[in-house]
Design a protein around this ligand. Structure first.
Ligand code: 3PG
Length: 393
């Protein structure tokens, strides 16, 4: 697909789809990572004399809802950009048209939440046309919203000359290095609470990677399926057959499955709870596994040592409460060291993963940390992302 290298933006109105779905508390942005990621594209277009018209969604409003206005986000973007960002309180119609008409070359405008209109999620052609009217070119820089076939993420690419923005480009390059055309061996680490949300993902990964580390609550489901007693641990016991099917598929595909060999256990899920490490065949009936133990971490680290590429999604334990963050932190730091030493390409993404890597203080040392949640998961599932496919068309 075409990138900004091919786009002649000077004097043009450029509709740029960004992901500004940032965490907010009391009208303040609490994590600006997504804002920082879209700055290069905005700056490049503005510096080349384009008129930047930002399109974005915020939350999941049903119709116009002032609580989900992007207005406070315009201020945050302006602060990070070091430049005025105009705001229009509708993304189509008169308010938007007037705001666009007032732009000079190099100016930046943010339009109100696209999801205030039902046509956005329906990818309705009249809504697409109303957006398209505002621009001469379309740039999609929102990989993290590319799993949605919405008007501003997909529809526009069919009606305007379409280009990938710099963050979209970086995400796709990193993901290709991670799983599509990786240096082998590839190890994947998949954690998180539940198998039920990651069945497709696990089935796709066992076909593509050489080793798969399973951690977090979901490991308990696998341990239970193989006949081990997991005490009071979180486990989806009704998914035992699914877990066995995944183990079988891994065997067929020559993918090693690495499960915990020990667990840090406690009587309750509470920060600072009294805890002890047990071998995986000796988990007490009245306790729960809240993190992987040190022997498991050694195994994970040795799998990382054997690999040239690492794909990581989901924490190995209950990383949000100390001391059950230790397994995740130790493995993340090890992966960061290998990456810094030039021995590993490390790609991580998906909801909690970025928080876990930030908590371990190593997000900057990974080769690439995706800001995508759902889109990263769908990519790990091997699904085509409509927003990306539309750019290729
Ligand atoms: C995200 O936050 O993952 C993206 O912005 C997509 O948001 P959505 O899940 O509400 O479509």
């Amino acid at each position: 697909f075409r990138t900004l290298d091919q786009a002649d933006v000077k004097g043009k109105r450029v509709l740029v789809r960004v992901d500004l779905n940032v965490p907010m508390e009391n009208g303040k942005v609490t994590d600006a990572t997504r804002i920082e990621r879209v700055l290069p594209t905005i700056q490049e277009i503005a510096n080349k004399g384009g008129k930047v018209i930002l399109l974005a969604h915020f939350g999941r409003p049903k119709g116009r809802d002032p609580k989900e206005s992007l207005k406070p986000v315009a201020g945050a973007v302006a602060k990070h950009l070091g430049k005025h960002v105009a705001f229009a309180d509708d993304c189509i119609g008169e308010a938007a048209e007037k705001a666009v008409a007032a732009l000079k070359d190099g100016d930046v405008l943010l339009l109100e939440n696209t999801r205030f209109h039902a046509g956005e999620e329906k990818n309705d052609k009249d809504f697409v046309a109303a957006l398209a009217k505002l621009g001469d070119l379309y740039v999609n820089d929102a990989f993290s919203a590319a799993h949605r076939a919405h008007a501003s993420t997909e529809g526009l690419a069919h009606v305007l000359p379409a280009y990938a923005g710099r963050t979209m480009q970086a995400e796709l390059e990193a993901l290709t290095k991670g799983l599509e055309a990786p240096q082998r061996p590839v190890v994947a680490i998949v954690g998180g609470a539940k198998v039920s949300t990651k069945i497709d993902l696990l089935e796709n990964l066992v076909r593509k990677v050489d080793a798969l580390v399973i951690g977090g609550g979901m490991a308990n489901t696998f341990l239970h399926a193989t006949g081990l007693n997991v005490g009071k641990s979180l486990a989806e016991k009704d998914l035992a057959a699914t877990a066995m099917r995944i183990i079988e598929k891994a065997r067929e595909a020559n993918c090693a499955i690495i499960l915990p060999v020990d667990g840090v256990c406690a009587y309750e899920f509470k920060a600072g709870a009294h805890n002890q490490t047990y071998g995986i065949d000796a988990i007490p009936e009245d306790q729960m596994i809240l993190d992987v133990g040190s022997q498991s971490v050694e195994r994970v680290n040795s799998a990382i040592n054997d690999a040239k590429t690492l794909v990581w999604n989901g924490p190995l334990g209950a990383f949000e409460i100390a001391p059950f963050d230790q397994g995740t932190v130790a493995a993340a730091r090890h992966a960061a060291e290998r990456t810094k030493a030039g021995k590993l390409v490390s790609v991580a993404g998906g909801g909690d993963t970025v928080a876990a890597l930030n908590h371990a203080g190593v997000a900057d040392s990974f080769t690439y940390v995706s800001t995508a949640g759902g889109a990263f998961l769908e990519w790990l599932e091997g699904k085509a992302l409509p927003g990306v496919e539309a750019l290729r068309a």
